[in-house]
Write a protein that binds this ligand. Structure first.
Ligand SMILES: Nc1ccn([C@H]2C[C@H](O)[C@@H](COP(=O)(O)O)O2)c(=O)n1
Length: 285
């Protein structure tokens, strides 16, 4: 879920940022997605309303033909230009109030208001879940049959249908997204055992995850500081290392055999050190 949580930050949606991850049944990540416009369209957060409503348009291709020239039907006999409606909404806009920040706008909110509708299809973005699932269609990958969908917002009806169709088994979400997806789609299988299982995620995510799992130093170093315990070279190994040096220098077979015999003793290191010390003392005289 942390991957889904992080990926939502890539979203250019100014209404809500959502992140999603799809995995196979073994939780091996197969694709990641976030809600955003189709590739090579301009995300909402980068569009400037002034490019649409000012008569001197700087970037006309930042806005769709509909936004620039389309009309909203008011009733059978009358319609109003979308752009004029937006213009009227922004008639009191003073860019100074944003202190240099970009003034974008949410097409879905405006269009729905003008139509007196609540049509989520008007969102310019693909949903995070569908974007994740479509990565596999776009770039290739493995089927999601029996797999998992992690999403920071529960799936809408459209994404639920797609997850159902792909045979996703478990859907984990953080925030409930309004709608009838669960009762109407996810629980609607003829054989109930084929229904995807929707589970609200519990556990640490975001900054909490970071705080909980990010050690302030390597835990083994912290343990060393607290307990003073660290691995020690066994005495026998030390003896062997010293003996190896001795054996590489000595040519006399009887001395070599003596060294090998000493190595079999429990206190071999002590004996070797003792012998070397005695030999050094002898040389002193
Ligand atoms: N399960 C969901 C729910 C919403 N969204 C995205 C689509 C839109 O970009 C934005 C819409 O949010 P709202 O309905 O709050 O405006 O969130 C999404 O990707 N996945």
């Amino acid at each position: 879920m942390q991957i889904a949580f992080n990926s939502k930050l890539n979203s250019g949606c100014i209404s809500r940022q959502v992140g999603a991850v799809v995995t196979d049944r073994n939780f091996s990540v197969k694709a990641i997605g976030w809600n955003d416009v189709p590739e090579k369209q301009l995300p909402c957060n980068l569009r400037n309303i002034q490019d649409l409503i000012n008569d001197e348009v700087n970037n006309p291709n930042h806005f769709s033909l509909y936004e620039r020239t389309g009309t909203v039907t008011i009733n059978k006999n009358s319609s109003l230009k979308f752009k004029e409606l937006v213009k009227s909404d922004f008639s009191n806009f003073h860019k100074e109030s944003l202190e240099g920040r970009n003034c974008s706008f949410c097409f879905k909110s405006h269009q729905n208001t003008y139509e007196f509708e609540k049509n989520q299809v008007h969102t310019r973005s693909l949903h995070a879940e569908e974007n994740a699932m479509m990565q596999i269609v776009k770039y290739g990958g493995e089927p999601l049959l029996g797999g998992n969908l992690f999403t920071t917002a529960s799936p809408c009806e459209l994404c639920s249908k797609k997850a159902f169709q792909l045979g996703v088994k478990y859907i984990y979400y953080i925030d409930p997204y309004p709608g009838i997806a669960t009762q109407h789609i996810l629980q609607n299988g003829i054989d109930k055992e084929n229904n995807p299982i929707l589970r609200q995620f519990y556990g640490a995510v975001g900054r909490t995850y970071q705080k909980l799992y990010d050690p302030f130093m390597a835990y083994k170093d912290e343990l060393l500081l607290l307990t003073g315990i660290s691995p020690k070279v066994p005495e026998q190994l030390k003896a062997k290392k010293v003996a190896d040096v001795l054996l590489s220098k000595v040519t006399d077979d009887s001395v070599k055999n003596k060294v090998k015999e000493i190595l079999n003793e429990d206190n071999s290191l002590e004996i070797i050190v003792d012998l070397i010390t005695k030999s050094l003392n002898r040389n002193d005289h």
